[in-house]
Design a protein around this ligand. Structure first.
Ligand SMILES: Cc1ncc(COP(=O)(O)O)c(C=O)c1O
Length: 335
């Protein structure tokens, strides 16, 4: 099977497994896992932040960021296409008591003007106060679009002038950094908190980091425990993360190159894509998504169906050979 459903399907390489097997471990809830401590310090430094906390998933990292920067009854401004609004099972309402204020977006990205328009700080007991803005970089439902540091700075400026915090769901922030040739510090400096995933294009089996100032990360660590995310000898996972940060960031270029090749080959054959694909996520128009996805699966290619659109994600477990095969199968089955 050529699995293009998501970059989350990547499996740890033999070298990553060796690093995991050799990891020095301790009890991380006591702060005694040296490998987790190294991963947290490295992650904070990468984004120019004071501290970081290692969590099992991106979903928990976003939730911990929300919980540690808001109070129940507050409102959060975010894109109507964003992952925390769409795909995190309403957890911000359930566990943080937050009211999402969504804005329509272009490619999953929101603008400073949209944020400014939705902020509510009126001292009137009818209304929820806005305390947080959340952006996503790269955007999942926006076809892997990237915010530039300048766009991030412009949203941060609106947040700061109104006393709001800015969180970035950077599940795929390294895809953005690599695609735009940006030092991650230039994203970190504009966000109060930023989360990133090791378990997607970076190829680790699990784990996400939340970076921010010491006090916010301290609160997030407490919320991680409340949510049941305090892991013990988590150094085995952290070792995979350190290996990924050392070896897999630059390789994301290859996923982006293969995404371009995939798109160009299918466009040349008459297919249409519905969003630009600057990184590794593609959305392909088909007549009938359910039929198309089933026919592709029969022929050995897995994609995700969104109505008349199929999602394909390039990742490190798809080499040039698998890519060529996927293109041939799409042309034959969908043509
Ligand atoms: C943009 C974005 N944020 C957050 C997540 C959540 O990550 P996890 O699956 O580790 O909870 C995902 C997962 O696909 C994602 O695409």
């Amino acid at each position: 099977m050529i699995d293009l459903r998501s970059d989350t399907v990547t499996r740890p390489s033999p070298a990553m497994r060796e690093a995991m097997a050799a990891a020095e471990v301790g009890d991380d809830v006591y702060g005694e896992d040296p490998t987790v401590n190294r991963l947290e310090a490295r992650s904070a430094a990468l984004f120019g932040k004071e501290a970081a906390v290692f969590l099992p998933t991106g979903t928990m990292a976003n939730l911990a960021a929300f919980l540690s920067q808001t109070r129940p009854g507050d409102s959060v401004i975010l894109s109507e296409e964003s992952h925390p609004f769409h795909y995190e099972a309403g957890n911000m309402a359930m566990f943080a008591g937050l009211m999402p204020i969504t804005v329509p977006d272009l490619l999953g990205k929101i603008t400073p003007a949209q944020v400014a328009e939705k902020i509510n700080l009126i001292d009137d007991p009818h209304y929820s106060h806005t305390t947080l803005v959340s952006i996503e970089n790269t955007t999942n439902r926006g076809g892997g679009a990237c915010y530039t540091p300048e766009e991030t700075a412009a949203i941060a400026a609106v947040c700061r002038s109104h006393g709001l915090k800015l969180h970035c769901d950077g599940a795929r922030i390294f895809n953005a950094a690599v695609a735009l040739d940006v030092d991650p510090v230039d994203y970190g400096r504009h966000c109060d908190t930023l989360s990133f995933c090791l378990s997607k294009g970076l190829g680790a089996p699990a784990g996400s980091l939340l970076v921010g100032d010491r006090e916010t990360v301290h609160r997030a660590r407490r919320f991680r425990k409340m949510l049941g995310g305090g892991m013990r000898q988590a150094g085995i996972l952290a070792a995979a993360g350190l290996y990924a940060l050392d070896h897999h960031i630059q390789e994301l270029h290859e996923d982006h190159r293969r995404a371009r090749t995939f798109r160009e080959a299918l466009e040349a054959a008459g297919f249409t894509f519905c969003l630009p694909s600057p990184t590794n996520i593609l959305y392909l128009y088909v007549q009938n998504g359910l039929e198309a996805v089933a026919a592709l699966a029969d022929a050995g290619v897995l994609m995700l169906e969104h109505g008349p659109i199929l999602r394909a994600v390039l990742h490190r477990d798809i080499d040039d050979n698998a890519l060529d095969q996927a293109v041939d199968i799409c042309k034959r089955v969908l043509g």
